[in-house]
Structures are given as C-alpha cells and as structure tokens.
Design a protein around this ligand. Sequence first.
Ligand code: 5GP
Length: 188
Amino acid sequence: MLVKDKKFKRYISESALKQRIEELGRQLSEDYAGKNPLFIAVLNGAFMFAADLMREIDIPSEISFIKFTSYHNMHSTGVVDQIIGIEEDLRERHVVVIEDIVDTGITMTEVLAEIRRYHPASVEVVALLTKPKALQRPVSIKYTGFEIEPKFVVGYGLDYDGYGRNLCEILILDEPEQSDENGDWGTE
Ligand code: 5GP
C-alpha cells in the first residue's frame, strides 16, 4: 500500500488495535478508580488512540491535550523545542500521558520532565506503540499497547510526512529506510 511515495504493508489490524485498546481501558479504569485521573494526550499523533481509549474509560476522568514543536526525520528524532497546552492545574493530580509511539524515548523524557514541573501526585504513560530496541533513554512506560520492531510505521494517527493519519490500522515500511535529508516525517 502506498502512502505518499513509500510502500507500506499491513502490520497491526483494526480489530487487534480495538481489542488491545479495550484491555488498556479496562486496566486504566481499574488502576485509577477513585483518583479522577487527568489524561493528557500528545497531539497530533495520539488523537485517534486517545479518542478510542477514552471511550473505554468508565470512571470519572478528564482529558486535555498538549502539542510540542520538534523536528523529526526517519533516523534522528529531534529536540523538543516547546510544549504548549499545559493549562490545567496539575498539582496533586494523577496524570496519565497518552502517546502514540515511543521510539528513542527522547520526546517522552522531555514531556515527563515538563509535566513534573507542575508537581502532579503521579505521572504514568500509556503508549500505543513502543520500539524497545530503539530506546535511548530510560523512560518507564507503564501501559503499552504493542511492542514493535524498530521500523517506521504509519496509520491510526501516525503520519508519514503528513499522510496516513486517517488509516484505521497500523502499516509498516516495506522498503529499506534511507538515511537522507528528505525522510521528513512531518510534525507531531
Ligand atoms: P522519540 O522521541 O521517542 O524518538 O519519538 C517520538 C515521536 O517520534 C513520536 O511521538 C512520533 O511522533 C515520532 N515517531 C517515532 N517513531 C515513529 C514511527 O515509526 N512512525 C511515525 N509516523 N512517527 C514516529
């Protein structure tokens, strides 16, 4: 299947995503019962995952969104320049960050450092996808949807240069990745 100009193949089906997200929702609802958690979804990539995950949460909770500006290409993840959108009073709140994918862990390390500046009661992460073999920072992801191989994926919120976010399943790159300057994934 072509997304923009690259060939991708099916990797995680719509039904597998749905089933795993139901499990994550159940687990989070149990773990955070009585805690009125504040979910913070990282835009843009996590928008679809967050929407589906929140429908599986059956306890009182709130959701908010953050966005950061950074540069990524196919091989190097960038520095997080700025995080925007933390407006809630996070003090004493139980925060759960909703992220689409943790690759090197650099982004999440910075997001967590920023959130901790507001002195929440606790912070955990739910990531739909993690790439354990690509991890460069010791970031602890308490809730993971799927551990995947360190290859480029698109779909279900994740883009390739702006395209593919609307796909209902996750696709994986079906050709050798090139380490050139043109492999821009686009922004978050
Ligand atoms: P990290 O800082 O952990 O290396 O990268 C995290 C961010 O890089 C994710 O939020 C996502 O935007 C982007 N990213 C990492 N791996 C992939 C991937 O395989 N596909 C896409 N589309 N984005 C990715």
